[in-house]
Design a protein around this ligand. Structure first.
Ligand code: UGA
Length: 436
């Protein structure tokens, strides 16, 4: 079995590596030449647990080949997965990468006797396949299901858990509109995952809608708990973690994604929420709920700044240390990270900023260059600080050493994830969502 995977980001690369580790022959393509050269040397372009080890194994197994253009590939195989970005531009997703890949690759399928199934893994807005993708296919082919094969197969993996999620997805969603594509892909995924993982067969529009609704619901859970957390912050004795724990015990609600914090970031939830809102607008339907989810998320950093200001009396000239730069733990990804938003706002107040993150320092340097101080350790970061703000729950922060805690006791600390609640209990330790 041979497949081609176009786009080697989190989704494409983890899929390439997982399929190759299962002895499927993979052509892994990305237009970024430097990325491909590094991947050939088993160097991933981003941090993801176990990715480098798995990549090395596949290269050794010779089940993965890297290319920067499909022209270099001799045989494309039975399935072409497209996992290129669909960035948000002015609130709407931009389909330029997907369209350009299709326009480039479809002519080369024309003369093939057995045509591969084209599977879209990139996140696309409801209605996109009918409105934009099918017309591209129709430029080259006549009939879906005999001249060409197309499916929408959204991805639910989480950064920081990409390999595990690819190995054991909780569901496979297949949007198809012809029997032949449906059969081919059901056979492929059944063979890959066995009978334990449910495969949901649906149409194009519903598959697209499932992905957006899934991410919008996750965002809603986070904004819900953050709004209750903001209330807790003002009611003496109230504790958001206890509230979340108990409501999460109700099986109709569930415990996950109820962890209050500085708001959701990353390359997916904020982008998908914004473009989902614009889909509602396209159909002239009010999206009050999702607009509120976004509003709550947009205000979280201002609330943290307000608390900092109230406690330091003024912000100008203060030295503020930020622990955690990536949008979440176990990641070097700073895209839409709330920490980056916080630093930008604090710089506006002329604060001196010192930062530390075990994985994301290099990416942060590209944003702030010499405007802030990059520490090599927690101790160096909190040195001479007026205030320490903990932004993500990296293990290194959760398991602070005695020496680090000893120093923290003397500084005003704002813990947005409440990870030091068992180690620090003092007047100048503030947990977001807890009012002492
Ligand atoms: C998200 C979804 O969880 C995946 O299912 C989806 O496949 C992916 O987007 C995507 O569309 O590609 P990801 O962006 O990797 O995954 O990150 P999450 O784990 O969802 O976290 C997003 C943000 O929410 C982070 O900033 C995180 O710190 C925050 N969060 C998450 C909370 O503040 N509280 C929580 O309880 C959970």
């Amino acid at each position: 079995m041979k497949v081609t995977i176009i786009g080697q980001g989190f989704v494409g690369l983890s899929l390439s590596v997982v399929l190759a580790s299962k002895k499927i022959q993979v052509n892994a393509i990305d237009i970024n030449k430097e990325k491909i050269l590094n991947l050939k040397k088993a160097k991933p372009p981003f941090y993801e647990p176990n990715l480098d080890i798995s990549l090395k194994k596949c290269i050794k197994l010779k089940t993965i080949e890297f290319y920067y253009s499909h022209d270099q590939v001799k045989a494309l195989g039975e399935i072409i997965f497209i996992a290129v970005p669909t960035p948000n531009i002015n609130g709407k997703i931009n389909l330029d990468f997907v369209s350009s890949v299709l326009n480039n690759i479809l002519p080369s399928l024309k003369n093939m006797n057995t045509k591969p199934v084209v599977v879209i893994k990139s996140t696309i807005a409801p209605g996109t396949t009918d409105r934009t993708l099918l017309p591209i296919f129709k430029k080259f082919f006549k009939k879906l299901g005999s001249d060409f094969y197309l499916a929408i197969n959204p991805e639910f993996l989480r950064e920081g858990n990409a390999i595990n999620d690819q190995l054991k997805p909780h569901v496979i969603v297949l949007g198809t509109m012809d029997k032949s594509t449906k059969l081919k892909l059901n056979n492929f995924f059944r063979k890959l995952y066995g009978n334990k993982i449910p495969i949901i067969n649906t149409n194009f529009a519903t598959a697209e809608l499932i992905k957006y609704s899934n991410n919008a619901f996750l965002a809603t859970k986070i904004s819900f708990i953050n709004s209750i957390s903001n209330l807790c912050q003002n009611i003496p004795g109230a504790n958001i973690d206890e509230v979340a724990k108990v409501i999460g015990m109700d099986s109709r609600i569930g415990p996950l994604f109820l962890n209050a914090g500085p708001g959701f970031g990353g390359s997916c939830l904020p982008k998908d929420l914004e473009s989902f809102i614009s889909v509602f607008k396209t159909y002239k339907i009010q999206s009050e709920l999702l607009e509120s989810v976004k509003k709550i998320n947009d205000k979280q950093i201002d609330i943290i700044i307000k608390i900092t200001k109230e406690n330091l009396k003024k912000l100008t000239g203060k030295t503020i240390s930020i622990l955690g730069l990536a949008f979440k733990e176990n990641s070097d990804d700073i895209r839409e990270s709330k920490s980056i938003e916080l630093i930008k706002k604090l710089l506006f107040y002329d604060c001196k900023i010192q930062v530390y993150d075990p994985l994301a320092i290099e990416n942060t340097k590209n944003v702030f260059s010499d405007k802030i101080f990059y520490a090599d350790s927690i101790l160096e970061c909190i040195n001479n600080s007026d205030c320490v703000i903990i932004m993500n729950s990296n293990n290194e922060f959760k398991n602070m050493k005695k020496q680090e805690l000893k120093k923290l006791v003397k500084i005003f600390v704002i813990d947005t994830r409440r990870i030091l609640k068992n180690s620090l209990s003092k007047k100048n330790y503030i947990q977001i969502g807890v009012k002492n």
